[in-house]
Structures are given as C-alpha cells and as structure tokens.
Design a protein around this ligand. Structure first.
Ligand code: FEO
Ligand code: CA
Ligand code: CA
Ligand code: CA
Length: 596
C-alpha cells in the first residue's frame, strides 16, 4: 500500500475484506476468541445460562446484555491477569424471549431486563500458551451493577431540589444506571461510563416542561414498561426521578463494595462516553459528547490535581477529582467562506475543512455563567445551558478522546441524516455534509497543547463512506487504497499513537461493522484499514488495542428487522441453532504483537 510504503508500526496487517458474514473476521495470522458473553456466570455460585429458563435472580449473577464500552486495567505486572469493565447498555427483549409481547411483558421479563442493564466488572486471564483471554468466574473483584444498584450523586447539583424524590429526600442517593454506552479508563485506575438514552425508560403524562422536552421525554408508557413493577419509572408519580439519570458514572473496580458515583459536575445529557487527559500540573480534563443529532461537544476541567500512587490517601483524594471544576461547551468556527461549504462534501478552496474554536464555560462549582440559570440548573439541564451559549450543533458526537501520544483530540461524529433538512441546521465547515449518512471524524488541537485551554484549532480527518462516493475524504490519502468505513462511533489508540475506530452503522454501506486502524502521521494519513469485522446485525464497540491483544465488544448480534428467537438472524457466537448472544471478543496475532 501507500506509494509502495508499508503502513506504520501497529497497522501492519492484511486488511479484512468487507463482508456480511455471521462471524468475527480477522486478518490472516490472527485469531479471536469469546472472553465473556451474555448469560455467562460471573460468580462461583451463579447459575449456568439457560435461554429457555431465564430468571432475574440468575441474570443478576451473570454477564448482562448488550455490552458496549469495554475498559481494561492490569492486575499484575506479568500481563496475565486483568480487570475488565463492560457496560450493559440496553436490552432487546424481542431477541431475548420467545414470543415476546412488547405491550404486555411478564413481570419476570421486566425484572430480567432491569437486571440485564448496568455493567459488569470481571477479572480476565490471558493464557500464556494459547494467547486467549477468558473471564475468571471466581475473580475476587467480579461484580454486577444493574438498574437497581445503589449509587451516589456528587458534585455541585447533588442534593438540589430537582434531584429529590419521595424515596430519597436527600437528592444524593439513586438506584441504578441505564443506557450506559461508552466510557473511559482514568489515569487513577477507575472506569467512567456514560448514561446515554435514558429518556425511553420513563412513562409520562403530557410533556409540557420545555426542560423535559429538550431531553426527549414523550407521553405514554415507557418502552420496557418498567413502571409496572416500580413506580419511580413513571414521571406522573415521581417527576424528579428522571433528573437523576443522564450522568457520567465512576466505578472503582478495585473495591466491589464501593458505590458507583454519578458526577453532576460533568453535566447531564445523553452522555456517550468520557475520556481523560491531564494538564501539566496534573488536573484531569474530561472530554465528552452528547450523542443526539444537533447536540454538543463538552469538556470538564477539574479544580484539583491527581495524586500518583495507590495509597489509601491518594485513592481517597482522587475519588474527589470529578466533583469540582468547570464545565465547557465547544463552538467550532470554519476558516473558509460559508458560501464554499456546499453541503455535498466538496472541499473549500483552501482544500480543508478546518478552523478554530472556543470552549465556553457554562458553570463552575460556585458560579453559573449562563444568564437565568443557577449552578444546579446548568448541571442538571445542561443542554439548555449549552443552547443559550450558542454552541455548535454537531452530527451526533459519540466518542471524544485525546490521543495519549500527541494530546490531539478525536471526535467521532457518527452521522446525521437530518443535517440540511427543512427547519434544521444546514452544513457548516465542522459538519460539512447534508444528510450525513456516514459521519466524519474531527481532529482537535488545544491551544498550546494544553487540555485546559479555552481555544483550539481543528481539522476534519475523515468524511466517511464508500471511497467511490465523491463526498468522502480520507485525510487526502489515495482513496483507492482505503477500506470503506461508515458511522464512526468509538475510538481508541494503540501504544504507537495510531487511531482505532469502531463503527455502528446498521449496515449503511451494506457491510458488517468493524474495527479499523487509521494512520494519523506521514504520507498515509487518513488511510483506514479494516482489522476486524463483527457478525451480522451487530455493532462494533468498546475497542481496546494493546501490544498483546485487541478487544472488541460485539453488541446486539442478529438485530435485524423482524428477527426473533423463532427467526434468528444470527447464531453467533455459539453456532448451530443457538440464539445470538452479545459478547466481548479478544483478538491476537498468532506470530507476534498486534499490528507489528
Ligand atoms: Fe449508544 Fe451513542 O451510542
Ligand atoms: Ca478551510
Ligand atoms: Ca456509541
Ligand atoms: Ca451506537
């Protein structure tokens, strides 16, 4: 490839051909195995999975449904034992139960759904001989978190009137997390997870409060009818309960008894994920996207510096890092004349979709910077604060993640079919394509390479799609040599600083989703190289790329229109006549390190 040159270190593999197979495909010389899948027991006394005889009690002791984000931390110095965290974003009852009646689920089906949400902490062991990774059901740190697990609200809005309920007059104690999509791994050894599509879990009467409308709440029963077993999911009965969801949650994987913490200081919106950079003086900066059409990119800058080390004092100090700081929202300004942004993807005359931008402060722990909104208002109704700040409406910003090697921040704008529609925002230089079906990736460079800077530059790295489509752009690289890519969702970086992108496209290019390595430096910048594809109907999430293995989360395999246990669209991973099961997959190079 690439003018006779080979790809940079870390990306030296034969690309996988796009396909629609009911299988995980990896390059020649590589192999994959399932680490853990829906229903696998994660405690010594947990029951084995039985699709035909499920129960909520069993599910609460087994790996949950629809694993999305995946994070991993070493537990020893030998690369053998790790601790892994997976989100269980949402459930797909029509695939989980035979003959499922959406309007009349049984009480046990509802309770299984509640127990299948949340997340899981599992110890995983790498077999030195085979190189495979498997979960250890006897792991001391294993833990299930569900939509009923006790949690803490902290930060500037904790205890506010709008967070108090009949069951919790303190406004600081909440049960469960829902819609947990992507996340991040912190330098102080915890995991962050974003509550994303929480609106659909609440039943409601007529929605008249513009604050609730802005978050998408609708009149009628909830999607999964949880209000039938617990009235807190009904806004008519408990109007403030919904204000207690939509946060970044921090999980300490080293202490299974530690309550997860919902950080109000990071704002409330449809959080995709949260990833951390450190300032030169050690303060964490957290980058975040609000994954909705025409919503925003945010960052939080902590007041406090991280303490190094694993002492009790350091851990207690670091537990407070995300409780206090300043929340900002991004405005992107193009440097080409607006008339040159035509919406069809044609590059402006300077040859780049690029420009500058500002981070506008919305509130700090003590001060609101938005007229007419209190500090608590800003942190609970963050979307309205960002609207008033005039931030740039983006094409569904999913992962926003700094490259640990360069500090540059990559923003995956997954797609936005409504861009340019009548009554909606048209193309701008940072979102340059109307009816943006395939998404794009923005590279953001903070002023002075300081993550706490209030101004930045930016440059679009990829405008995704079929390379034969003239509206696509691959960093200026030769389009005949790239893999087609659509709907970038999650991003990760390897030890060399290469970008990795996982996609979620509902087959927008009629190919399965996958994990792509992307060249950032040198003459092949913008080259996308398909490394792994995931089974039919699934999206590829949660990538982790280390020297010895890569992890992908296979979410909702078999999720095609009208699929059901009677008509499965996938039999992955168990094969035969089995039902599809979401799972985490490990990929290894049979002859060496990943991509070398
Ligand atoms: Fe759960 Fe934004 O994807
Ligand atoms: Ca330009
Ligand atoms: Ca996502
Ligand atoms: Ca997604």
């Amino acid at each position: 490839p690439g003018g006779g040159q080979q790809p940079p270190r870390g990306l030296r593999y034969e690309t996988v051909a796009p396909n629609v197979d009911d299988a995980v495909r990896v390059p020649p010389g590589y192999a994959s195995n399932v680490v853990v899948r829906w229903g696998d027991p994660i405690f010594p006394d947990a029951p084995e999975f039985d699709f035909e005889n499920q129960s909520a009690a069993a599910q609460a002791r087994q790996f949950g449904y629809n694993n999305d984000f995946c994070g991993i931390l070493p537990l020893d110095g030998a690369g053998k034992r790790h601790i892994m965290y997976s989100n269980h974003e949402y459930t797909l009852e029509p695939l989980m139960f035979r003959g499922f009646d959406e309007e009349n689920p049984t009480e046990e089906q509802i309770r299984i759904g509640i127990a299948a949400h949340g997340g899981a902490v599992v110890e995983v062991v790498r077999d030195r001989r085979t190189g495979e990774l498997h979960h250890d059901r006897a792991g001391r740190l294993n833990r299930r978190i569900t939509a009923d697990t006790p949690m803490v609200l902290d930060g500037p809005a904790a205890g506010a009137e709008v967070l108090r309920t009949a069951a919790d007059p303190t406004g600081r104690a909440v049960l469960g997390m829902i819609g947990n999509c992507a996340g991040g791994t912190t330098p102080w050894g915890t995991f962050l997870t974003g509550e994303e599509n929480f609106d659909g879990y609440f039943a409601s009467g007529p929605v008249t409060d513009p604050r609730a409308e802005r978050y998408g709440f609708e009149e009628g029963p909830s999607e999964r009818r949880w209000e039938r077993v617990d009235p807190r999911w009904d806004l008519a009965q408990e109007p403030n309960e919904a204000n207690r969801f939509g946060y970044i949650v921090e999980i300490d994987p080293h202490d299974p008894s530690a309550k997860p913490v919902k950080h109000t200081a990071l704002g409330r919106f449809k959080h995709e994920g949260a990833t951390v950079a450190l300032t030169r003086d050690g303060r964490p900066v957290v980058y975040m996207g609000d994954d909705e059409r025409f919503d925003y990119v945010y960052k939080f800058v902590s007041d406090r510096a991280m303490r190094r080390g694993n002492s009790r004092a350091a851990r207690e100090h670091n537990a407070g890092l995300l409780a206090s700081g300043t929340l900002y929202v991004a405005t992107f300004t193009g440097n080409s004349p607006a008339a040159e942004i035509t919406g069809d993807g044609a590059l402006p005359s300077d040859g780049r979709f690029d420009g500058g931008g500002t981070w506008t402060p919305l509130a700090s722990t003590t001060t609101s910077f938005v007229d007419g909104m209190s500090v608590a208002d800003v942190f609970v109704f963050t979307r309205l604060a960002a609207d008033r700040a005039g931030a740039t409406k983006m094409d569904r910003p999913e992962d926003v993640e700094p490259n640990p090697r360069t500090g540059k921040v990559y923003i995956a704008c997954t797609n936005n079919s409504d861009r340019g529609k009548a009554g909606e925002a048209g193309a701008d230089e940072a979102n340059p394509r109307h009816a943006n079906q395939h998404g794009h990736v923005i590279e953001l460079t903070e002023q002075g390479d300081d993550p706490a800077a209030t101004t930045f530059g930016w440059d679009i790295l990829l405008v995704c799609g079929d390379p034969a489509d003239p509206s696509t752009y691959f960093g200026g690289f030769d389009k005949s040599q790239v893999s087609p890519i659509t709907s970038p969702d999650n991003v990760a970086f390897d030890q060399y600083g290469n970008l990795w992108i996982a996609t979620d496209s509902t087959q927008a290019l009629k190919i399965n989703d996958g994990l792509y390595g992307v060249v950032l430096e040198g003459p092949q910048r913008g080259s996308t190289r398909l490394f792994a594809s995931v089974p039919v109907g699934s999206e590829c999430c949660g990538p982790v790329v280390t020297e010895n293995f890569a992890l992908v989360s296979v979410q909702h395999p078999g999720d095609l229109d009208d699929a059901s246990p009677e008509q499965p669209a996938s039999h992955w991973p168990d094969g035969g006549a089995s039902q599809p099961r979401p799972a985490v997959v490990a990929i290894r190079n049979l002859h060496g390190a990943i991509g070398v």
